[in-house]
Design a protein around this ligand. Structure first.
Ligand code: SAM
Length: 369
């Protein structure tokens, strides 16, 4: 359904965009009318967070996971995965590499791996801070508050925990609870904020069963939650997962639930652009998943439709290929140097500059902070 031009709702920032208008724009398919959305998002990005693109080096420190997320290739029941945990020295080397590339942040990500003890992670954070002075972002899943507090105390600056979808039924379907522990990522995000982290969340776009109304609710929730970082990427089916098998069967029979949102590059860009409008000063990455769903244009579209962050992968190649959350991850065989060079070239092409310093929220012109 393509809406009539007279019905196109106005684009405004922060509170000006209603949930109905958000849903309307998600359904918009007319390329000329979408130009207005891209322009509004790009202008808002320029005005609130400037032209700098912050580079955050990503280090995938363990692919061990206790969870059984229906979408994720490193889910515990996937016996096809060769599991690893990086040594502390190798993680610190990754951070040194980030500093050599002049990135402001190292992101330490892993499955929800309790083999990474609170003490071990705290020690790594302290070493990285002492040796590189980089900002440290953690993305280690739903850990107890005592662990989160210890890591904050050790110097961690930020924490990423996507709520994945605000549709509770769908969330619990794709992200089953651990025995005796109900998963409540919204509560966890409030805890992170209370502990003084810059908190980041996000969603996957196009999960089977995800509707236009529910994605509009997600964007509305980003506005209400006052998040510092918001990562938005397309859902990419992994064949060794229950949701991947469901996606393949549905695609083969063209049998999608009513009002299914596609997991396309275009839909992901719409969600990024609308998110920029409702949270003008947040840090929004052009995600790796977006660069994979459209290898030619995904990353540059993300950056010109609202995003201001890229997370180049610094994980040593022998581990990177084992951290297969979705198949054919972009640049899985590329060296960190090659990934870095191609991102720097893209930024030059887009007329954007590389961000200096840690690139926390609200340091740029126009943000008022
Ligand atoms: N264990 C931590 C957690 O759950 O937050 C961090 C690692 S987890 C692999 C990081 C993110 O990867 C998830 O929040 C999810 O959005 C994304 N992801 C996992 N599988 C995916 C898939 N098949 N397609 C797209 N994104 C996926």
């Amino acid at each position: 359904m393509s809406p009539d031009r007279r019905d196109t709702p106005p684009l405004g920032v922060a509170d000006a965009l209603t949930r109905e208008a958000i849903e309307h724009w998600l359904r918009e398919e007319d390329a000329a009318r979408l130009e207005a959305l891209w322009r509004a998002a790009d202008e808002t990005r320029h005005r609130y967070v400037g032209d700098e693109v912050h580079l955050r080096g990503l280090c995938e420190i363990s692919n061990v996971c206790v969870r059984s997320c229906a979408y994720c290739g490193i889910r515990a029941p996937n016996r096809g995965v060769q599991r690893y945990r990086m040594k502390a020295d190798d993680v610190v080397d990754c951070a040194r590499q980030a500093r050599e590339f002049e990135y402001g942040t190292i992101v330490l990500q892993a499955g929800e791996d309790y083999g990474l003890s609170a003490e071990w992670v705290a020690d790594v954070v302290r070493r990285v801070k002492a040796e590189t002075a980089l900002a440290v972002t953690l993305s280690l899943g739903e850990r107890p508050e005592t662990d989160l507090a210890a890591w904050r105390e050790a110097g961690a600056d930020r924490y990423l925990l996507r709520f994945e979808t605000s549709d509770e039924g769908l969330y619990h379907h794709i992200h089953p609870d651990l025995p005796g522990r109900v998963s409540d990522r919204l509560a966890d995000l409030r805890t992170l904020q209370r502990l003084g982290y810059e908190a980041g969340t996000g969603i996957m776009v196009g999960v089977p069963g995800q509707t236009y109304a529910s994605v509009a609710a997600d964007v509305d929730l980003f506005r209400d939650m006052d998040m510092d970082m918001i990562g938005i990427g397309p859902y990419l089916p992994h064949p060794a997962t229950p949701l991947g098998a469901e996606s393949a069967a549905r695609a083969a029979n063209d049998d999608w639930p009513p009002d299914q949102v596609p997991n396309s590059e275009l839909m992901t860009c719409k969600v990024i652009a609308l998110t920029r409008l409702v949270r003008p000063d947040a840090n929004l990455p052009a995600t790796t998943a977006l660069s994979l769903v459209d290898k030619e244009a995904g990353r540059s579209h993300g950056l010109s439709r609202g995003a201001n962050v890229v997370m180049p992968n610094l994980t040593p190649p022998e581990y990177r290929e084992k951290y297969e959350i979705y198949p054919e991850k972009a640049a899985v065989h590329e060296t960190a140097e090659a990934i870095n060079a191609s991102i720097q070239a893209l930024l030059r092409e887009l007329g954007r500059t590389v961000g200096k310093g840690a690139g926390g929220r609200g340091r740029a012109p126009g943000s008022g902070a």
